[in-house]
Design a binder for this molecule. Structure first.
Ligand SMILES: Nc1ncnc2c1ncn2[C@@H]1O[C@H](COP(=O)(O)OP(=O)(O)O)[C@@H](O)[C@H]1O
Ligand SMILES: [Mg+2]
Length: 365
C-alpha cells in the first residue's frame, strides 16, 4: 500500500510488532519518510503509534521486518549515534538540574566541549524564546515553558530526526495552538525530519506534510492533509478525520463516475463511488457538513435533492451550524457561512438539500 523509495530517510519495511508473542499490535507496516518531511502518525488510543515511535528510537525491537535510517538497518546503529531527538508529553526534564544543565546534558553525552556546549545551549534556548531562563529549575517554570525546554533539549544537538509523542497533550488550547505553529516553523527552518504522534486530528491536519492514519496496527491512509480530508479512502478515515455525515444506502447504478444511491428511506442521491463498484452493493455515504447545499439554484440541473427537517439551529459567530433529520438520521449536521445572504433556518422547517456528486463519497458499508 505505502511503498518506500530508496531516497527515503526513514523506512519501515514490513514491520510487525508483538509484545506477547501472540497478538500483533503493529501489522505489516510499510512507510517511507522523506528527508525534511513532517510526518504525523494519527490514530485512536491503542492503534500502535507509540510502539512505532519506540521501535524507531530503538527502545523496542521489531518482531518482524526492518527499520532503516538513511539506508542502514537501525539495529546496527547504537542509540546515541542515531541522531534522534525525542519529545514526550510528560516533558521528562531532570528536576535537579537547571534548564541550561538539562540542555547541556545531551551535548555532554556526545562529548561536545564546554565552550561549544554553552553556545549551543544558548542558541537552543533562544530558538524557543526562553533565552533568559537558563538558570531556573523545571519546577520554577509553567507547563508551557517546560514543554519548550523539552523541545529545545531535543533540538540542541542538531538531530537529523526528531520524534514527538503527543508533546502538547498537557497544554491548554491557546498555548497548544501556539506551540503547534512554533514546532512546525522550527522543524522546517532547521530542515529536521519529524515524526509526530497525536490522536488530535486538527493538530495532525494543521502541522503535517503528510499524515498516516493508524487503526488497529495498520496505516489506513497516508496522504497530505487536504487529500485526507477531502478524499478519505475508507469509512474509518472518513469518520475519524473531521466532522462527517453518514447515510446508509444501496448502489442503484454507476455511470460516468457517478453512483446513484438509494437511501434506506427510498430517496435517491448522487455520490462518487470510492470503494463500491456494483449495483446492489450496500454503501456508507459520507458528506462533510460544509459541502451540503441548501440553495437549489447552486446545484446542477439534474442533481438529486432529498428532504430534510430542521431540528436545531446554532449560531456560532463565523458559521451557522444546523442539525437536520435526513433519511431517518437525526444527527445530520450542516455548516453555512455567516454571510449577508445566508438564511437562518428555523427548527421545524422542511427543506431540500443536495450536493455536488464529487463532494459525497460512497464507501464500503
Ligand atoms: N510495553 C508494552 N507491553 C505490552 N503491551 C503494550 C506495551 N506497550 C503498548 N502495548 C499495547 O500495544 C497496543 C498499541 O499501543 P501503543 O503503541 O501505545 O498505541 P498508541 O500509541 O497508538 O495509543 C495497545 O494494545 C497497548 O496496550
Ligand atoms: Mg501512544
Amino acid at each position: 500500500m505505502t511503498t518506500a523509495s530508496d531516497t527515503d530517510f526513514v523506512v519501515f519495511d514490513r514491520v510487525q510488532k508483538s509484545y506477547d508473542g501472540e497478538t500483533l499490535v503493529v501489522k505489516d507496516l510499510n512507510l517511507g519518510i522523506g528527508r525534511g518531511e513532517f510526518l504525523t502518525m494519527l490514530g485512536p488510543s491503542g492503534s500502535g503509534k507509540t510502539t512505532c515511535l519506540m521501535m524507531l528510537a530503538g527502545f523496542e525491537t521489531a518482531t518482524h521486518g526492518d527499520i532503516l535510517l538513511a539506508g542502514q538497518p537501525i539495529n546496527n546503529i547504537p542509540p546515541h549515534k542515531r541522531g534522534i531527538g525525542m519529545v514526550f508529553q510528560n516533558y521528562a526534564l531532570f528536576p535537579h538540574m537547571t534548564v541550561a544543565e538539562n540542555l547541556a546534558f545531551p551535548l555532554e553525552v556526545r562529548n561536545i566541549g564546554k565552550s561549544d556546549r554553552d553556545a549551543k545551549v544558548q542558541r537552543a534556548l533562544d530558538m524557543v524564546q526562553m533565552g533568559e531562563f537558563g538558570g531556573r529549575r523545571p519546577a520554577q517554570l509553567s507547563g508551557g515553558q517546560q514543554q519548550r525546554i523539552a523541545l529545545a533539549r531535543a533540538l540542541v544537538f542538531e538531530p537529523e530526526l526528531v520524534l514527538m509523542d503527543e508533546p502538547l497533550g498537557a497544554l491548554d488550547k491557546q498555548l497548544r495552538e501556539h506551540m503547534q505553529f512554533e514546532i512546525t516553523r522550527l522543524a522546517h527552518e532547521l530542515g529536521i525530519t519529524t515524526v509526530y504522534v497525536t490522536h488530535d486530528q486538527t493538530e495532525a491536519l494543521t502541522m503535517s506534510d503528510r499524515v498516516a492514519v493508524f487503526d488497529d496496527g495498520r496505516i489506513q491512509q497516508l496522504a497530505p492533509p487536504d487529500e485526507l480530508y477531502e478524499q478519505p479512502q475508507n469509512s474509518f478515515v472518513a469518520q475519524f478525520i473531521g466532522e462527517n455525515n453518514t447515510l446508509m444506502g444501496t448502489v442503484k447504478e454507476i455511470n460516468d463516475g457517478v453512483a446513484l444511491v438509494e437511501l434506506d428511506d427510498g430517496e435517491l442521491i448522487d455520490a462518487k463511488p470510492v470503494n463500491v463498484s456494483q449495483p446492489g452493493e450496500r454503501t456508507l455515504i459520507s458528506i462533510r457538513p460544509e459541502r451540503v447545499e441548501i440553495n437549489k439554484d447552486r446545484l446542477g440541473e439534474n442533481a438529486h435533492t432529498i428532504h430534510a427537517e430542521v431540528l436545531e439551529f446554532i449560531y456560532m459567530g463565523d458559521i451557522y451550524r444546523t442539525r437536520l433529520r435526513v433519511a431517518g438520521n437525526d444527527d445530520f449536521v450542516i455548516k453555512t457561512r455567516n454571510a449577508p445572504d445566508q438564511r437562518r433556518l428555523q427548527p421545524g422547517e422542511k427543506i431540500e438539500i443536495g450536493w455536488q456528486p464529487e463532494d459525497c463519497r460512497a464507501l464500503e458499508a
